[in-house]
Every structure is written in structure tokens, then in C-alpha cells.
Design a protein around this ligand. Structure first.
Ligand SMILES: [Mg+2]
Length: 122
């Protein structure tokens, strides 16, 4: 399966809480939505940015959303002892169960003991 791996830092000059991070996540989602709206010219305003500049703005806001989500994961781990790695595994299993993700078939010559088919641990 294709993966996009993004490593984002734990911010060490802030004291985020679950509540402050949730509000920040909504703020950043709003900024992302606004950037996409500019791309589609949904507001009716004439934007002076060309398509590439707008796509750059979208990617910056998307990374703000991702950073805030990762910050919330750190808060959850530190305040509630949540094992994000275990939650991630359960998340991928959910995607498979719901049919959003289909695992690549195992290569025919793979051999080994993977008789039950592909594994998400591979
Ligand atoms: Mg932002």
C-alpha cells in the first residue's frame, strides 16, 4: 500500500491542552477551507494569486491541520496514556474493514508463512 509518512515535531514552546488544541484544529480547518475556497473562487472575490500560489497556500494550511492533529496526539499520549501507535494500527484496520483501503496482494513468489494473505504489518 502507498503511504505518505510525515514526521512533525512535538512543540516545546507551548502548553497545549486537549481543549486548546481542539479549538486550534477547528481554526486551522477553517483556514484550509478558506484557502480551498480561493482556489475555487467560491467567495466571488477576485484573487490575485495564481493557481500555483493558491495550491501552496492550501498545502501550508493542510500542514497546519496536520501539525495541530499531531500536537493533539502528543497531548492525548501525555495526559491520557493513549498509545497512538496502537490507535494507528486500529485505524488502518478500520479503513480495511470499511472498504476504503485494499491491501496489495502478496507477491506469488514471496514464500514464507503468509498463507492467510496480506498483512498490514508487512
Ligand atoms: Mg493556518
Amino acid at each position: 500500500m502507498r503511504m505518505k509518512t510525515i514526521a512533525l515535531p512535538r512543540l516545546n514552546n507551548l502548553s497545549p491542552t486537549l481543549e486548546s488544541t481542539a479549538l486550534k484544529l477547528m481554526e486551522e480547518a477553517g483556514e484550509l477551507s478558506e484557502a480551498i475556497g480561493k482556489f475555487r473562487a467560491l467567495s466571488g472575490e477576485k484573487t490575485r494569486l495564481d493557481a500555483r500560489e493558491v495550491a501552496g497556500a492550501i498545502s501550508r494550511e493542510l500542514l497546519d491541520v496536520a501539525q495541530t492533529a499531531v500536537t493533539m496526539m502528543f497531548v492525548l499520549e501525555e495526559e491520557s496514556g493513549i498509545d497512538v501507535d496502537a490507535a494507528l494500527k486500529a485505524h488502518v484496520e478500520k479503513l480495511i474493514r470499511k472498504g476504503y483501503l485494499k491491501l496489495d496482494p502478496a507477491p506469488a513468489d514471496a514464500g514464507g508463512s503468509d498463507a492467510d494473505g496480506p498483512s498490514i504489518d508487512a
